[in-house]
Design a protein around this ligand. Structure first.
Ligand code: ATP
Ligand code: MG
Length: 463
């Protein structure tokens, strides 16, 4: 018998499990609307709640929604159900970068390319005040073109709570990428800690093994704290020097990203040093070294070029659905069903929406109490059980032809309001509504159940 595809929140067809982290699972999925491949990270809400980081996560999410960089896994939208938060993110088809290292150390120019892309991504986020704090193999992915994509940027609130008990349980495997000052649990600078982790990544790419390692955790901590770096014989002196500056146990003297970017090894494609200049693609710099300006997507230069042109995203219908839940994630953290307002998006101008609400008022024999920019207040004539019923309609302009509308009760009896909403207002609005946002929430309970069924099906098919 053919099983029905699992559709999450009516919009994503769930596929195989891509991996599992501390806070939840990551699935492959496909948008039922655009057919685009995505990854969905499902986090248990109560695990986040326990960390008391709800507000910070919301803030970080809103930052990440506006930031786009070719080497950062993009966050498309955030959805939530009663028990889970779903991050819909860019799918990295190439999987983890370190699967490549598992097959042996990388060539210097390949490691150079990835390191450059990594530093560009980290620099971009730091310039926007976002620190990763958990740069490690599982978070460095590759897309289908072999370009590096850093994931989990913007989720550092989750990381922080994890680090609080890093010494106690190390729930997520190895702390090998964590800076000494983080291990020592001193207050630390997120930027400096990220730079350290990038240094460990570079070492592993070039060497094929960790610089500070021991099977005994306490011994490993000691090695990280001392940071006695031994570069293998095949490392170029220049890269050894750079690694020494990055893996400086003292965060105050550790090299900055700006200085890394000025470093000779960083600026010059390593392999080009031994090659003859190729007239078309390479130029000889004033110092006599050959600089490739072959701007293909593989050498990280494109990332740099695009970086300058990064602007807040222009909003589209897809974003609106996501923003409307992303802005107000608090509703999902509390289960506040009674006060829930009704929201919808409309493709009609504000004037049409307002005159529609005025028609509804007439029909319901309610008077128009106030009409201001973007706000319409309706009031009943008769006293109900809890006073006069009043209904507010607020209209938020996204573009002149795209509005988010919120309808809510501001006074009166809830039951009476809900009855009117269901029987009169919603049907009357039907022809101006594009999407009912609240339906997404009704979907949520269903989706929780679907996810469970999906997991069970996968387990069955594996066994
Ligand atoms: P943590 O819980 O500390 O964040 P983690 O980073 O390993 O650990 P997740 O971020 O939940 O946990 O990711 C789990 C795994 O899923 C990753 O190791 C990675 O292999 C895979 N994965 C995550 N995001 C994507 C993505 N966008 N595309 C493809 N695979 C991904
Ligand atoms: Mg991750």
């Amino acid at each position: 018998m053919e099983s029905k595809p699992n559709i999450l929140m009516e919009r994503y067809e769930l596929g195989r499990l891509l991996g599992q982290g501390t806070f939840g699972k990551v699935y492959y999925a496909r948008s039922a609307v655009t057919n685009q491949s995505v990854a969905i990270k499902a986090i248990d809400k109560d695990k986040v709640m326990r960390t008391g980081q709800g507000d910070r996560i919301k803030r970080e999410i809103s930052v990440m929604k506006l930031a786009r960089h070719p080497n950062i896994i993009q966050l498309f939208e955030v959805m939530a159900t009663k028990s889970k938060i779903f991050f819909v993110i860019e799918y990295a088809k190439g999987g983890e970068l370190f699967n490549k290292v598992a097959k042996g150390k990388l060539k210097e120019e390949v490691a150079h390319k990835y390191f450059k892309q990594l530093i560009n991504a980290v620099d971009f986020c730091h310039s926007r005040g976002v620190y990763h704090r958990d740069i490690k193999p599982e978070n460095i992915l590759l897309d289908e073109n072999g370009n590096l994509k850093v994931s989990d940027f913007g989720l550092s609130a989750l990381v922080e709570s994890k680090q609080q008990d890093i010494m106690l349980h190390t729930p997520c495997g190895t702390p090998a990428y964590v800076a000494p000052e983080v291990i020592k649990r001193k207050g630390y600078d997120g930027a400096k800690a990220d730079i350290w982790s990038c240094g460990i990544v570079l070492f592993v790419l070039l060497a094929g093994y960790l610089p500070f390692h021991d099977s005994n955790l306490i011994e490993m901590y000691k090695k990280i704290s001392k940071a006695e770096l031994k570069c293998p014989s095949w490392f170029q002196p220049e890269v050894c020097k750079l690694l020494g500056d990055i893996l400086d146990p003292n965060p105050d003297t550790r090299i900055s990203i700006a200085k890394i970017k000025e470093h000779n090894w960083f600026k010059n494609v390593p392999n080009a040093r031994n090659k003859k200049p190729q007239v078309e693609n390479n130029t000889v710099s004033s110092s006599g070294t050959i600089v490739s300006d072959q701007n293909n997507e593989n050498d990280g230069l494109e990332a740099e070029a695009k970086e300058d042109s990064v602007v807040p995203i222009s909003i589209n219908a897809f974003d609106i659905i996501s923003l409307s839940s992303g802005f107000d994630l608090s509703r999902f953290f509390k289960d506040n069903v009674e006060k829930r307002e009704t929201r919808f998006s409309s493709k009609l101008p504000a004037s049409v929406i307002i005159s529609k609400m005025e028609d509804i008022a007439k029909q319901l024999r309610m008077k128009i109490k106030k009409k201001a920019a973007g706000l319409l207040k309706l009031e009943g004539f008769s006293e109900g059980r809890k006073g006069v019923l009043s209904i507010d309609t607020e209209i938020f302009e996204v573009t002149p032809h795209f509005h988010l509308v919120e309808v809510k009760k501001s006074n009166g009896d809830t039951l009476e309001y809900q009855k009117i909403l269901k029987e009169d207002i919603r049907p009357a609005l039907q022809d101006i509504v594009w999407v009912w946002q609240s339906d997404q929430q009704l979907q949520s309970q269903l989706s929780d159940q679907q996810l469970q069924i999906h997991d069970q099906q996968q387990q069955q098919s594996q066994s």
